[in-house]
Design a protein around this ligand. Structure first.
Ligand SMILES: *Cc1c(COP(=O)(O)O)cnc(C)c1O
Length: 428
């Protein structure tokens, strides 16, 4: 049978290993620090917070890491995800560039978050952990963890940023449907939450605050661990499944990207799609540009400073060397709640410092315009987060129109926007 021209689907095998870019970086990022002693953090010190296997991955410099069979089996429910040539978008823009996108919105929960949620739940269950805690901004990570925990019989407590809890009630229902518990953060379930509510009962919360609450509960409960949906090395590692598949699929299409583009919250979908391609840059085989598309309201890579900062607001996590806007930075309430995180993580920050990646900051009007054009051409309503990647891709495609030099552009569609229709309705 002839393959359809538009879709390059399902034809590559699911990779058997994740790719660890630390093995190929010329300069290693500075270490995580213990916030008390300011000494480099030892793996043992992280094991109270994260499953042992995940801590091992966090510190690993091994180039390829095997994907456990159980995890690969669950990936099969929705992977490989489609690589799509966006012909209709190209035509609408009148660009000489070829635009491809990797469609991570086809996962059961509608975003790339499922790729690491499955792996994290698996390793925790393997270790005999009973309760996982986590935070969620817009609700995508909480939904993914809730679905993944169900597979492995784990209990889940999600601290959801209060603003999103009220603005996006459907995500809460999704978490409940899979069996997870969810509380609006700041909550009365932790000492830190109680303290903040005493100071200001109307506190709308932030990702940093929700992380502090989830960490506190994990540390204080028996046989519990914490999970994080972005920022950390092991999370980016799991997400490289996106780029590893895309690399094979681009090859099947007979193309190689000049630019790889993704939206940037804490760097997991960006690292996921771009690291396997950057490997070829680091080892001198190829040239390409990786672009992180940030919201103008929270541009840590574009205008932040590279320094040690906490991952949360209360200062309970290890100190992370990263581009940051400061752990107490309170971004505006943009619709792309998943991009409202203050820091860029260790690996991406080092790559930015060494000139291997670029970033741009885009305001909400431009991203919604891009999202609507994408919906009207390619037929998929993108998540507000993903519209940043689309807007950055459109910028590049229009530049090529001006210069007359077409390029091959690849962006990651990190999720769909079906549960964000309120935001679209306001814009339309
Ligand atoms: C969480 C999320 C993001 C942002 O997180 P990263 O770790 O930067 O990828 C982007 N898009 C969607 C759909 C998300 O759910």
């Amino acid at each position: 049978m002839k393959t359809s021209k538009k879709f390059l689907l399902q034809e590559c095998d699911i990779p058997t290993q994740w790719y660890n870019i630390l093995a190929d970086m010329p300069n290693q990022p500075a270490p995580l620090l213990n916030p008390g002693t300011r000494e480099p953090l030892k793996p043992e010190e992280m094991e109270g917070l994260f499953a042992k296997a995940l801590v091992e991955q966090e510190f690993s410099t091994e180039r390829f890491i095997d994907i456990p069979d159980e995890v690969r089996q669950l990936y099969k429910a929705y992977r490989p995800t489609p690589l799509v040539r966006a012909y209709a978008l190209e035509k609408a823009l009148g660009t000489p560039s070829k635009i491809f996108f990797k469609n991570e919105s086809v996962s059961p929960v509608g975003s790339h978050k499922m790729n690491t949620a499955i792996a994290q739940a698996y390793y925790n269950a393997e270790q005999g952990i009973k309760l996982l805690t986590t935070e969620t901004g817009a609700g995508q990570w909480g939904s993914a963890m809730s679905a993944a925990c169900r597979h492995f019989g784990l209990e889940l407590m999600v601290f959801m940023v209060k603003n999103s809890y009220n603005a996006k009630p459907y995500r809460k229902h999704v978490i409940h449907t899979y069996g997870g518990k969810v509380a609006a953060s700041p909550s009365n379930l932790t000492d830190y939450g109680k303290k903040l509510l005493a100071e200001d009962p109307e506190n709308q919360g932030s990702l940093g605050i929700a992380i502090s609450e989830a960490v506190e509960m994990a540390v204080k409960s028996g046989n519990a661990r914490y999970t994080l949906g972005s920022v950390l090395n092991h999370v980016l590692l799991h997400q490289t499944i996106i780029g590893l598949e895309a690399e094979k699929q681009m090859e099947m299409a007979g193309e190689y990207p000049d630019k790889v583009i993704a939206c940037f919250g804490g760097g997991s979908n960006f690292g996921g799609v771009s690291f396997p391609f950057l490997r070829r840059v680091l080892n001198g085989e190829r040239k390409l540009t990786a672009i992180a598309a940030e919201p103008a309201a929270c541009p840590k890579l574009t205008t932040g400073k590279l320094e040690y900062d906490f991952g949360d607001t209360a200062g309970m996590t290890p100190l992370i060397p990263m581009y940051t806007l400061g752990h107490d930075f309170q971004p505006e309430q943009i619709h792309a709640a998943g991009l409202r995180y203050h820091g860029g993580g260790r690996i991406v920050s080092q790559l930015k410092k060494d000139g291997f990646i670029e970033s741009c900051a885009i305001d909400q009007d431009e991203t919604f315009r891009a999202g609507i054009l994408f919906a009207r051409t390619e037929g998929i309503i993108p998540a507000p987060e993903s519209t940043h990647a689309i807007a950055a891709t459109i910028r590049e495609a229009l530049k090529a129109k001006e210069s007359g030099k077409g390029e091959v552009l690849l962006f990651n569609l990190s999720g769909h926007g079906f549960l964000d229709m309120g935001a679209y309705e306001k814009y339309v």
